[in-house]
Ligand binder design. Structure first.
Ligand SMILES: [Fe+2]
Length: 329
């Protein structure tokens, strides 16, 4: 079932040592990128696959030292149109076993908040330093990241993330489909408001006819992809274990969008006001955001994030054929 051990041997990540700490990773953006960065899907190159930071041994060390509460194991089905995400518990499972289970099964490990790890913090800072040098006017105010380790043929169902992000593919191959942002054919406005308010999960209904409007990339080691904030996207791994770094950045503009959509959501739910302007700047936007902030301060809005809880129904098990067993067994 697992075919990629040979593929690993052929990647440079297995044999080339990590670059010295003071050597910044290299990024090659198309010359035409300029102000289009973040405004349209973009495929570019990096050299993180040359770093031993993503070797099996390094991943195992990270899984053993990172707070386990920040690591999510999500089992998936194979049909992008039928969401079958299941959370798998992994307390007491070693990093080595976790990696073995991902190789064997069909799920992905989302190692969130790797920006809290000194090595990855430094790397993320370097990556955004290089991006800021290459992209005129790009000034992220805050950055964070997750490491994604996923099985051959694992699926990330159609979803929209709140902040803009960059996916740095390091090992394995996958396909990504990116759909137009702020287009209600793919993501109705009220659902985006709920996602930006953390009031619901990020997954969206998918239909095959959406693909006529998608930008699709085949990603391999050394590819990076970024796209407009909130653009719905989905991923299917090919026949190899995948390792990717997903970084998220917050800019003045991206934060303004989140604030306005959250204010619109409050006004929609509390006062029935729908189809409010989505302008992210100007006096109207400011008035709504100030009103929303004041309403929250006096308790007129309960914490929307309280609705978002997953319960594990599987337990990671490296010896099981699917890499996990039903939690009731
Ligand atoms: Fe995403």
């Amino acid at each position: 079932m697992f075919h990629s051990s040979e593929a690993f041997a052929s990647t440079r990540s297995e044999s080339v040592p990590a670059p010295p700490k003071n050597e910044a990773p290299r990024i090659e953006l198309p010359e035409s990128t300029g102000a289009a960065f973040g405004k349209a899907p973009l495929l570019a190159r990096h050299d993180l696959h040359d770093s031993a930071l993503f070797s099996d041994d390094s991943l195992i060390e990270l899984l053993d030292r990172h707070p386990r509460d920040f690591v999510y194991a999500i089992a998936t089905g194979g049909d992008p149109a039928r969401e079958e995400n299941r959370l798998a518990a992994h307390d007491g499972v070693s990093g080595r076993e976790l990696l073995a289970a991902v190789r064997r099964g069909r799920f992905w490990l989302n190692v969130t908040r790797v920006n809290g790890d000194a090595t990855f913090r430094a790397l993320i800072d370097q990556l955004y330093g290089e991006l800021a040098k290459a992209v005129p006017g790009f000034r992220p105010q805050k950055t964070q990241g997750s490491l994604l380790v996923s099985s051959p043929r694992a699926v990330v169902y159609l979803h929209a993330d709140a902040p803009p992000n960059v996916l740095w593919q390091v090992r394995g191959r996958k396909k990504i489909w990116i759909y137009p942002a702020l287009d209600e054919r793919f993501l109705p406005r009220a659902d985006l408001e709920d996602i930006l308010a953390s009031a619901r999960h990020e997954y969206l209904p998918y239909r095959a006819e959406f693909d006529a409007h998608a930008t699709c990339y085949d990603l391999g080691p050394g590819d990076l992809v970024t796209f407009p904030q909130n653009a719905p996207h989905r991923v299917t791994n090919l026949d190899s274990l995948n390792v990717a770094l997903s970084t998220e950045h917050f800019t003045a503009q991206s934060r303004a969008r989140i604030r306005v959509y959250c204010a619109n959501r409050f006004l929609r739910i509390r006062f029935g006001l729908s189809r409010l302007s989505t302008r992210e700047t100007g006096p109207g936007a400011l008035a709504k955001v100030v009103l929303h902030r004041a309403a929250r301060a006096v308790g007129l809005e309960s914490d929307p994030a309280a609705a978002k809880k997953w319960v594990p129904t599987l337990r990671v098990c490296a010896d099981a054929p699917a890499g996990a067993v039903d939690i009731s067994i």
